[in-house]
Design a protein around this ligand. Structure first.
Ligand code: IDP
Ligand code: MG
Length: 154
């Protein structure tokens, strides 16, 4: 099992899409291991987007991420990082495939609804940035035997 970080960005929260996006993850079979609303600030955004801090669009990106609270989620499943990135789609919503979250809900390169960790290593780092250990719950998934074959759900 793997756990990945998802952020429902202000573009999701403000457009009233929180429930719809959470529903997609639940229906896919991902387990919600942690979830909370947060107001982000420059300190956490400079770490979270460290690879973009020197880009000319960083101030606008940081502004868009502070525009309202976000919802942070820890999602667990087999190969959860790859599954969730696949569901998220290409960064620019205009070029994201239909059927992905960005391809179904976004027309923007920046206001693109969700963040999702891009590797198991960044998932570990990002989860520790947004959640205290006690905010991530390990509990039996009642439907695990129907979501996975017995040799998959390890
Ligand atoms: P990702 O979210 O698909 O992993 P990253 O390249 O890590 O894409 O960029 C992080 C976020 O920064 C994007 O989701 C988007 O909101 C924003 N972003 C990336 N590139 C641009 C750009 O060229 N203009 C404006 N915002 C951008
Ligand atoms: Mg990224």
């Amino acid at each position: 099992m793997e756990t990945t970080l998802v952020l429902l960005k202000p573009s999701c929260v403000q457009r009233g899409l929180i429930g719809e996006i959470i529903n997609r993850f639940e229906r896919r079979g991902l387990q919600i291991s942690g979830m909370k609303m947060m107001q982000l600030d420059d300190e956490i955004l400079r770490k979270h987007y460290a690879h973009l801090v020197n880009k000319p669009f960083f101030p606008a990106l940081a502004g868009s991420m502070k525009a309202s609270p976000i919802v942070a989620m820890a999602l667990t499943g087999v190969e959860a990082v790859t599954v969730v990135r696949g569901m998220t789609g290409f960064t620019n919503g205009r070029r994201a495939d239909p059927g992905t979250i960005r391809g179904d809900y976004s027309m923007s390169n920046q206001q693109n609804i969700v963040h999702a960790s891009d590797s198991p290593e960044s998932a570990v780092e990002e989860l520790s940035r947004f959640f205290a250990p006690e905010e991530i719950y390990q509990y039996n998934h009642a439907l695990a035997g129907y979501l996975y074959a017995t040799d998959e759900a390890l």
